[in-house]
Write a protein that binds this ligand. Structure first.
Ligand SMILES: [Mg+2]
Length: 305
C-alpha cells in the first residue's frame, strides 16, 4: 500500500514511516498540508495519515481538499490529533476523515487501524471492478462484442443531435441475415453464432471509424453513418451485401455456408427535426421491403415508398 504521511513534527513522521515500512508499505512524507496536497496532485496515494495541527493547510483542510477533489479512486484518511474532546473527534470525522488516532498513540492500535483501512480499500477496489464488469455487460452484446440495442440507441441518438446542430446528414442501415432460422435448424446454433460473428466481422471491416454499429435484435444489425446521405449509405450497404456474397463462411468438413442479408437504408431528416424513432421505423420498413422483394438486396426508404 502506498501511504502518505503528513506531519509537521519530523519525529512523528519518522516513527510512522518506520512502523509502516516494517509492514511492507511504501511511504511518502510531507511536512505540512500544502506539501501533501502538492504530492496528491501528481501521485496516487490511496492511504493518507495526517496530523491535524499544521502550519499552512491543516489536517482538516487537507481532508476537505481531498474529498472535494473527488479523485477517481477512494482515499482512506486517518487523522492524527492531540485534540481528544468529543467535539474535536466528531468534527474530524465530519470533515471527511475515515478514522482518527489520538497522539500519543499506541503502536499496536495504529497497526490495527491501518489494517482496517486496507480492508476497506480492498473492498472498494473489488466493488469498482464489479461495477466496471456490470457496465461492460450492460453495454455490449456478449456474442459479437458490438454495442447492444440500448447502448446503440443512446449512441446513435447523440450522433443525431450532433447532426441536427451541424445540419449534416446522418443515415441508417438496418440489415437482417436471410433465412437465419434455417441456418440454425440445418447446422445447429453454434454455426448460427458463427454466422452472426461472420457478419459482424464483415461490417467491422468496412465501416468507417466513426460509424456506429450494434446488434439490434437476434439476427438484425443497425448502423449509423454520420455525414452520409442516402446514396452514400446505399453504396455502403451494397458493398456489405456483395462482400457477404463473395465470402462464404467455412464450416465443418470443408463445407462453405453462404450467408446473405437484406438491407434497409434511410436518412434522418435533420431539417424537419424528425426523431430517431421515426427514422428507425423508416429503415425498418425499407428492410421489410427488401425481404418481401426476394431478400439479398438493398432497399431505400423514400417518401413515395
Ligand atoms: Mg502538528
Amino acid at each position: 500500500m502506498n501511504i502518505l504521511i503528513v506531519d509537521d513534527d519530523s519525529t512523528y513522521r519518522r516513527l510512522l514511516a518506520t512502523i509502516l515500512k516494517a509492514k511492507h508499505h511504501e511511504v511518502a512524507e510531507a511536512a505540512d498540508g500544502l506539501a501533501a496536497w502538492d504530492l496528491l496532485q501528481h501521485d496516487q496515494y490511496p492511504f493518507v495519515i495526517s496530523d491535524w495541527m499544521m502550519p499552512g493547510l491543516n489536517g482538516l483542510e487537507l481532508v476537505q481538499h481531498i474529498r472535494a477533489a473527488n479523485f477517481s479512486n477512494y482515499t482512506y484518511i486517518i487523522l492524527l490529533t492531540a485534540r481528544n474532546t468529543r467535539a474535536d473527534i466528531v468534527g474530524g470525522l465530519e470533515s471527511g476523515a475515515d478514522d482518527y488516532l489520538t497522539k500519543p498513540f499506541d503502536l499496536d492500535e495504529l497497526r490495527a487501524r491501518v489494517a482496517i483501512g486496507e480492508r476497506i480499500l480492498d473492498l472498494e477496489t473489488r466493488l469498482r471492478h464489479t461495477m466496471e464488469q456490470l457496465q461492460i455487460l450492460a453495454t455490449y452484446d456478449s456474442l459479437t462484442g458490438l454495442l447492444n440495442r440500448r447502448a446503440l440507441y443512446e449512441a446513435i441518438n447523440n450522433e443525431c443531435s450532433r447532426a441536427r446542430r451541424g445540419d449534416t446528414p446522418i443515415s441508417l442501415i438496418m440489415l437482417d441475415i436471410d433465412h437465419f432460422k434455417m441456418i440454425n435448424d440445418q447446422h445447429g446454433h453454434l454455426t448460427g453464432d458463427q454466422a452472426l460473428c461472420h457478419v459482424t466481422h464483415t461490417i467491422l471491416q468496412y465501416k468507417r471509424s466513426y460509424d456506429l454499429v450494434g446488434r439490434w435484435g437476434g439476427e438484425e444489425f443497425l448502423m449509423a453513418l454520420p455525414g452520409a446521405d442516402l446514396p452514400e449509405a446505399g453504396s455502403v450497404a451494397e458493398r456489405l451485401r456483395t462482400e457477404l456474397n463473395a465470402n462464404p463462411l467455412p464450416i465443418a468438413e470443408g463445407k462453405l455456408l453462404h450467408i446473405h442479408a437484406s438491407f434497409g437504408v434511410a436518412t434522418l431528416n435533420t431539417a424537419e427535426n424528425s426523431s430517431l424513432d421515426h427514422s428507425i421505423q423508416q429503415v425498418d420498413r425499407a428492410l421489410y421491403r427488401a425481404k418481401n422483394n426476394g431478400r439479398d438486396q438493398v432497399c431505400f426508404y423514400t417518401e413515395e415508398s
